[in-house]
Design a protein around this ligand. Sequence first.
Ligand code: DGJ
Length: 745
Amino acid sequence: MGIIFNEKSGEFHLFNNEISYIMKILRNGQMGQLYFGKKVPVKETYDYLVENRYRPVTAYVYENEYSFTLEHLRQEYPAYGTTDFRMPAVEIAQKNGSTITNFTYVSHKIYPGKPKLSGLPATYTEDDSEADTLEILLCDKLLNVEMTLLYTIFQNENAIARSVRFKNNSEEKYQLTTAMSMSIDLPDDEYEWVQFSGAWGRERYVKDRKLQMGIQSVGSTRGASGHFHNPFVILKRPNADEFQGEAMGFSLVYSGNFLAQAEVDTYHVTRMMMGIHPMGFSWRLGTGDTFQTPEAVMVYSCEGMNGMSQTFHRLYRTRLARGYWRDKERPVLVNNWEATYFNFDEDKLIEIAKTAKEDGIELFVLDDGWFSTRCGETSGLGDWWANTDRLPNGIKGLSERIEGLGMKFGLWFELEMVNKDSELYRSHPDWILQTPGRSASHGRKQYVLDFARKEVVDYIYEMVAKILRESKISYIKWDMNRNITECYSAAYGADQQGEIFHRYILGVYDLYERLTSEFPEILFESCASGGGRFDPGMLYYAPQAWCSDDSDAVERLKIQYGSSYAYPISSVGAHVSIAPNHQVARNTPMKMRGDVAYFGAFGYELDLSRLSEEERALVKEQVAFVKKYRKLLHTGSYYRLKSPFEGNITAWAVVSEDKKQAIVGYYKVLNDVNCEYRRLYLQGLDENLCYEVEADGKPEGSFFGSEMMNIGLVTTDASAGENHVGEDACGDFWSRIYVLTAKEA
Ligand code: DGJ
């Protein structure tokens, strides 16, 4: 691994054993992009990739020359208006009304390891030998503004982390109005664009299309990454699939407004960029002021999208998620939300917890409705003290009772919000985000606290820390249930209102940082009406996230499958809920609900005391299964095998690092009659090892890895398509779990 600078050619080559990334200082001092892809040899120069030819109807940089135009040079961090006419990565508004910039190379630094990004989540190294970093300092001499492009290449992952830092060294004041985290000009447009889009209850559905000339983008301007589009996009070659071919993933480590955009020009060059959405953004750069963009992570794979996902999984599980829980086995939990909604008292909670304990569940989570006057959606948010009518012993007493049962206790918060009917709002009505003279829109009768203000964050911190200090709390579900409207902070002047969306997120990160530092052993699970802020930024603080409010087994196939493109399954909060399901009223068997939820951070979201004896017995089995296999499930390599977006059958698998064990989940939504004799082609096994295969706990036979990967594992159920009833009968919503264990030689 290394980063090499060739003085003579002015070229930077970042490489590890698998990938190369090559840039060049162009003739005019700006940075040019030459290559990103599979590793190529380190050479003095790749100058032949710089386009230098005459073209009609364009503009040229140098007088009397018809060869140097930024319209046709592939750039690293482009600006608009100096012969490039595409969308820029950077734009700075100046006093005289100009937005033209010219950042040219000044110097660079190469060093081992990776720097922290102040106040922002980012990937990290544990040891400097894991990565090398390049910082390229550029300056716009007229403005006297510095811009530093940061690149970190990881030794063992085909990933490059990028971000950009600005510093104003002048006496002038500027407005930074566009500051992308990354931009790359790719030489052609032979790609398919894959995005992860949906809405509440159906987050991160896989949507793909061929790249077209012009601009295509996804983004968010809601103040959160959102349910609608995830800050993650793949560009894959049309011939690439899950297991072979080129795929590049672009992921933004950020939880606020974002833009992911590909602009294909009519010469087929693809400009891919990602960063804070320029709409509604501007940052005042006064004398000495700096701005650091969030981090973007680019992953290159020539082993298809599974290869790409596995890189993201390892990187995000072990070098983005942090802290005490990062590598620990996650507790099996039960959450009371769908069991009781707002309708509970202490005895009811204890009853659920007792039943859960009997079933082997380790953590009881008390959801919304435990505090102040909160007995419904309209009041109490912001007042984080226990409602002693419902909980006479307070949170302290309840948590002690739960611990007394031999379980851990977890608690729900929605720290960024306030109801008008609350002590907090009555004392500080100016603490919400609202535009002077305009009405403030609500969502769920709640308003967004102005987390751009430190005093607001401080106040909330003290209130919540008090409960955490005095009670036995092992887990926090941090919810966030509305987006930001009329964004405006009373604490900032007119020239800083464009900063508020970002400052808000910095406030959220600050609160997370303080709470995770003071209470390092608390497991945080992030949540935003389900998966409304399911992004890498959150993973830095909370190693797991409630990925959707829709926990129907069939719906979850798509949601969890889509989430798996960027996110490790250890991060995907996945619970078994009641049937008929509360979102889609579907009746799936408990077995399928469990079989789907195994491939996530597992738990229950129902009143266990209302289940039948048979169901309770199954719950016990499920909990035992998770306890036995959760380490493998969360640390093994995850393979998508059959897509729920393409048919009736979904399959995925996890294979242990040493390839000696694997767990396969196989799901059929609707039964079919007289169907083919089906096989599932497994992946990632050791071809020479012979595995004992159990299907739903029963021996299925023993097969070599090469057999199951090439011939396939026969998955047809004995009863499929026959008029067959009995234990093996399969019907709608049918699933099976295969456990593969290598036989000792
Ligand atoms: C939305 C979350 O996604 C649910 O799980 C639940 O916590 C509710 N909020 C509570 O208000």
